[in-house]
Write a protein that binds this ligand. Structure first.
Ligand SMILES: [Zn+2]
Length: 175
């Protein structure tokens, strides 16, 4: 029995219901016309903290919820797909969420980061800049990056938010 076997069992329960049928067809616009970028941290699971249901939102997760080149490429693809395939559909909201007590803050630990970049051959300054120490500040940076990103349609509304693990509340930084 692997740890994942728990989820295989839950999948069987899911497949026994009709829930899988209530999703938009591809090329799709999610039911709530929302694209969320947030951290991989299991404590900030969008299904739990935002109540995101199946088919309601595109959720892209990275360490810290940071907008890296890989994240930008995926955002560009969705924007391109939307423009090419569903030009008449309403555009969506893109919400970036950074959170308190983020593990990415450990990128600011010089010894820890140094060993990591040495092992992987990464650029030290690039990795150091990914640390979410002040979520309100870093989410602002990433929203500004997305708003200036020419591959993203200007019809997409980009907003930035912080999530406080102690209160469970989201605070809007840039609407
Ligand atoms: Zn995090």
């Amino acid at each position: 029995m692997s740890h994942f076997s728990t989820f295989i069992e839950r999948n069987k329960t899911f497949a026994d219901t009709d829930a899988r049928l209530a999703v938009p067809p591809i090329p799709f616009v999610p039911f709530q016309q929302t694209f969320v970028i947030t951290c991989i941290d299991p404590r900030v699971e969008p299904a739990a903290i935002l109540g995101v249901g199946l088919g309601e939102a595109i959720v892209l997760r990275s360490v810290g919820g940071r907008v890296t080149p890989a994240v930008l490429q995926d955002v560009a693809w969705i924007s391109h797909l939307h423009e090419a395939k569903t030009p008449d559909a309403d555009w969506f909201d893109l919400a970036v969420i950074h959170h308190t007590d983020c593990g990415s803050a450990l990128y600011a630990d010089d010894d820890l980061r140094h060993d990591f970049v040495t092992r992987g051959g990464y650029d030290d300054r690039t990795i150091a800049a990914l640390a979410v120490v002040e979520p309100a500040a870093t989410v602002r940076e990433d929203v500004e990056l997305l708003r200036a990103f020419t591959q993203l349609s200007s019809r997409v509304r980009v907003s930035g938010h912080t999530y406080d693990l102690r209160t469970g509340l989201l605070t809007t930084v840039l609407a």
